[in-house]
Design a protein around this ligand. Structure first.
Ligand SMILES: [Mg+2]
Length: 330
């Protein structure tokens, strides 16, 4: 493959990530029935659609894009995956808007926030991400593509680094294995492999230790041989008989996740202060602290951070109820 093609594909992957992320921003947190038809999806949603993140200009990438750029910048500067540097850049994004459009951070995943607080409290980056099953989310997967585009090592090295980059915010095996499989798939797509997905699955199976938590994550929960969830969802929502819908497909593996998906949808921490933020949204802890300080309230005792636990958000504009604690997305 000509170098120019390889470089062009690397650029295409990055631009695709950033543009796709920006395209999706106004449509986040809506029920699937509320999303416009695909041909109507533009950076500016159709008239009458209640866009998410009102006040964020069309074309703005979100946490996905900014964190992916943090990873890319770290890899390019350090020449390897160096977790301390990567974690420091993620915190720079969170606190100062590093690599965010206009320096504004308007949405942070709940698990990511928990991990950032651990980092700020001195946790080692490879231990910062919560590792309980309920702490899974897409936060480390959504940013991992630059690792696959940049990596020159063996597949085993790539898998190890994909696990590591996940650990900074998402330590559970399911999140880590998703990152690894995605990286192997992207690497094969980049090199024009004839069967990139099948070969990525085969390779990861050869690298995962039998009986390990990664093995269980791959075979039981990710289940790469199963039909893509989108297909199963289409069948689920189709009128009975329209596509030969089979009850066992609806009730099969993954149904629990589908049923709980709506409850996960809005469990996000929105950063305070962006124009148009609904008044009921919880402000960022620092913003709360600053406001309290301005109002002459007592500062928290020295050395004690203001109480800053992420809580479910109410999104009255979409008619969705707040989520129970302990569930998360991102
Ligand atoms: Mg995002």
């Amino acid at each position: 493959m000509a170098m120019s093609t390889h470089k062009s594909r690397q650029k295409g992957g990055l631009f695709g990530l950033l543009i796709g992320d920006a395209l999706g921003v106004p449509y986040e947190f809506h029920r699937r029935e509320a999303i416009p038809d695909p041909q109507l999806i533009e950076m500016t949603p159709p008239d009458g659609f209640r866009r998410a993140h009102r006040g964020v200009p069309p074309g703005t990438w979100s946490d996905d894009g900014a964190q992916a750029l943090c990873l890319l910048a770290s890899l390019l500067d350090k020449g390897r995956l160096e977790l301390d540097d990567f974690a420091a850049r993620l915190l720079d994004w969170y606190e100062k808007g590093y690599l965010a459009v206009d320096g504004r951070v308007f949405d942070v995943g709940v698990q990511t926030t928990v991990a950032f607080r651990a980092l700020m409290g001195g946790a080692a980056p490879h231990l910062a991400g919560p590792a309980e099953e309920r702490s899974n989310g897409n936060g480390s997967l959504m940013r991992v593509l630059p690792l696959a585009l940049w990596h020159q090592g063996t597949d085993e090295d790539l898998v190890r680094d994909a696990y590591l980059q996940s650990r900074v915010t998402h330590g559970h095996a399911r999140s880590r294995v998703c990152c690894a499989l995605y990286c192997l798939w992207a690497r094969r797509t980049l090199s024009s492999h004839a069967a990139p997905w099948d070969d990525a699955v085969r390779t990861l199976r050869s690298l995962v230790t039998p009986e390990s938590e990664e093995h269980e994550a791959l075979e039981v929960h990710i289940a790469p041989d199963a039909a893509p969830e989108g297909d199963r969802l289409r069948r689920r929502h189709a009128p009975v008989g329209a596509h030969g819908r089979e009850p066992e497909v609806v009730r099969g593996r993954g149904s629990r996740r589908r049923h709980t998906r709506g409850r996960h949808r809005h469990h996000r921490v929105r950063r305070g202060g962006h124009r148009g933020a609904p008044g009921g949204l919880r402000r960022h802890p620092r913003a709360l602290a600053q406001r309290a300080s301005r109002a002459g309230a007592r500062d928290p005792p020295r050395g004690q951070a203001p109480r800053a636990k992420p809580r479910p958000l109410s999104r009255p504009e979409t008619g969705c109820r707040p989520l129970p604690r302990g569930t998360a997305r991102g």
